[in-house]
Design a protein around this ligand. Sequence first.
Ligand code: NAD
Length: 269
Amino acid sequence: NNKRLENQTCIVTGSSAGIGSAIAKALGCGGANVVVNYRKSKAEAEEVAHWIDNNADCGEALVLKGDVSKEEDVKNLFKKTIDHFGTVDVLVANAGVQIDHKLHEMPLEAWKKVIDVNLTGQFLCAKEAIIEFLRRGMRPDVSKSLGKIIHISSVHEEIPWAGHSNYAASKGGLLLLMESICQEYASSKIRCNSIAPGAIKTEINKEVWSSKEGMEQLLKLIPYKRIGVPDDIGKVASWLASDESEYINGTSIFVDGGMTCYPGFSSNG
Ligand code: NAD
């Protein structure tokens, strides 16, 4: 059913580009209304929204600015969404940053910035989503769940990452945030899960895939021998937001071509 998200409203944070934009489009194609949140790039966010608005299968798109690490911005993002669409059914907390330093050289600001966006930002968005789900109550004609939260995590919620300890700590923290939300709100029929992408071709890792050598090194880490594309994540997010995955709760879905299967231990790799 390609209209499996019809009459539902989804907020996708950081969706002007990269994985977020693919998720916004995929949810839109499921018939959902989509809030395209951006922090800086308004023009790019509007392009994503136009794509959704011009696609006959999609719901309506709304572009909203907001920094997920700021409580006022997050409250405002939800308030404007609810004013416009009436409620929120799905939160995809996707916004994330990577600021790399060796640990002994890492400025406190680089640590704080990554935790503020990747972990505190996810908390702030999940909190507002849960407040709205509980306020609104069930809509059995629309979904079997009260609401769905999808955190965009990373294989680095599991794989340690030298030179990126702030990023790995933020995603490791996100794993237990997601599981705790599940434990706390599952009886209210809220589903909370994560998608943990492997290497997906976006701006965040351009330095790695833009050179032949970087790409060769990267493919050694991917048993399936191709880099991921944002659509790989969009498709899973759309399914995970829908009732087709109704009984999935409190789990991380790895979308990584096998990266978490330790290809370094393969004898024919
Ligand atoms: P990206 O840099 O293209 O996208 C990140 C988006 O988040 C950007 O649009 C950016 O503007 C937005 N953003 C950053 N800080 C924000 C803030 N404070 N408030 C609102 N928006 C903000 O990178 P991407 O690869 O598309 O990353 C998306 C998510 O996927 C991130 O959480 C990232 O950690 C995760 N991820 C990416 C990969 C990968 O290989 N690309 C792998 C694992 C996980």
